[in-house]
Design a protein around this ligand. Sequence first.
Ligand code: FES
Ligand code: FE2
Length: 322
Amino acid sequence: MTEPRCPLPIPFGWFALARSADLAPGQVETVQAFDTEIVLWRSEAGQARAFDPICRHLGAHLGGGKVTGERLECPFHNWRYDADGSVGEIPYAANVPIAARRPGCVKTWPLTEANNLIYVWRHPAGAEPLWAVEDFLPGGAAAWTLASQHDWTVGVHMQEITENGVDYPHFLFVHGVKSTPIPQWKIEGIRRHSVAKAAMETPRGLVEGQIEGNHIGPGQSAIRFTGISDVLLINSLTPIAREQTRARFDFYYPAHLDEGAAKGARAVARNVAFQFDQDKPIWEAKRYLKRPILCEADGPILAYRAQYAQYYVGGGEAVAAE
Ligand code: FES
Ligand SMILES: [Fe+2]
């Protein structure tokens, strides 16, 4: 068996499993995440739920089921599950067995919707959510217009992707920027906040710009680009498996922008998404070095890793042995 390129486990936290608009009332979808399968379904009244896929009766896959009102119906013998994972009804029997009446008969995952995304909480020891999902759209979703959406599946551990943001010199060599952005950082608990001032070349000459990043836990980031334009990137990483990551970039601009400014916002979005394309082949071939040799002009790689270690039970060190 080949050695993993990064020996870290899958972190815990809130992760976006789908976009809210991709799960209509009555819809059932199976998604791959956390090295397993999760069935997402939305009740007819509009509540989204996340279930383990296997029906506790005779093992059919609930991803092939259908929504009936507020219940999810198994495709095999039509047992109907309530929101709490208990069986509420068996259409061909008068009584539901006691074991099937218990909440969590089929495991349910904590789920919340925000930022037009469906987030699920994952913890390997089954701990309840340790923090709340961050709302990234100031003034509410109606104050923002979607500029574009981009999706990637990347063959790398997700910790390696966000390490990019604190790896300043790679911007010179992979992304071809003229000077390295040196942001100011603040790390506090599960939050990482950064502000970088950057002079950007535009057809109007040099424009003072600012890039402000808010990172909450391992799965939620929002980056606001102001100055040259006004763009908000909601950047969601989700572990499909230990070394396979789903990245979703949703770019927004303020709904009040005129068409000229909106065009500028869409151009910024394209440019940022292109940077991800530039990074991807490097990530997919690199190795995670527990003790990298760093120079004084490198970014705060080790501070970033030390903060990230809190998203692993036991700090991740035991599994990240060299
Ligand atoms: S296997 Fe699901 S109802 Fe029988
Ligand atoms: Fe990069």
